[in-house]
Ligand binder design. Structure first.
Ligand SMILES: Cc1cc2nc3c(=O)[nH]c(=O)nc-3n(C[C@H](O)[C@H](O)[C@H](O)COP(=O)(O)O)c2cc1C
Length: 183
């Protein structure tokens, strides 16, 4: 039977929503892409994907509110998590990981059960679209790391990575089904 996928996105400038749409294009089944703020009920879906843009090392609050609100329903579902960020791999400094997985672990830990798949996907910074507060925050950050106060245009978004995320997710779902049958 066809799976029903619900892709819930917390996105400030649209790159997480775009990534969610790309993932949805590759998933084989019925797909709905929804903004986290819409609080779409996950009850009628089989697999819930939770995506968020990464800001100051963490996910956006609407995605955490979504998970809090539907925690009991999510307990009965398969889930997946994706963060959309500039630094998708992280760095290891003085015994600790900074960036990468560190960004999405708090969201993963909020879920009642571990997600079947999770990962970081490349995001985008377009200085022309940022609000004043985000612009000031980034200028401060770039100055702190010794770069000029200019915010460079950057995109790491690729449809290919999003499709690979979707393919891996479908693989994991069918693997879980096989594991269940064996038990
Ligand atoms: C103010 C600000 C803070 C950010 N902080 C981080 C960060 O800590 N780590 C990172 O990898 N990317 C960071 N980014 C980049 C965003 O994750 C990237 O722009 C992402 O595509 C945003 O997703 P959205 O358009 O769905 O909101 C930051 C961007 C802004 C504007």
């Amino acid at each position: 039977m066809k799976k029903k996928y619900l892709i819930v996105c917390a996105s400030k400038y649209g790159s997480t929503t775009q990534t969610g749409r790309w993932i949805g294009e590759r998933l084989e089944g019925d797909v709905t892409v929804s903004d986290a703020g819409e609080m779409t009920d996950p009850q009628d879906s089989d697999v819930i994907l939770l995506g968020s843009g990464i800001y100051s090392h963490t996910v956006l609050s609407p995605i955490k509110e979504y998970v809090d609100t539907y925690n009991m329903v999510l307990k009965e579902k398969q889930t997946a998590v994706f963060g959309v960020a500039i630094d998708t791999s992280g760095v290891f400094v003085r015994g600790k990981v900074h960036g990468g997985w560190e960004y999405i672990m708090p969201l993963i830990n909020l879920l009642p059960n571990p997600p079947v798949h999770a990962g970081l996907l490349g995001g985008e910074i377009n200085p022309l679209r940022l609000d004043d507060k985000d612009k000031a925050g980034l200028v401060k950050f770039y100055k702190m790391i010794g770069q000029s106060g200019e915010i460079p245009f950057k995109t790491r978004m690729t449809k290919q990575d999003s499709w690979e995320f979707a393919e891996k997710l479908m693989q994991r779902i069918s693997q879980e089904k096989t594991d269940e049958a064996v038990q």
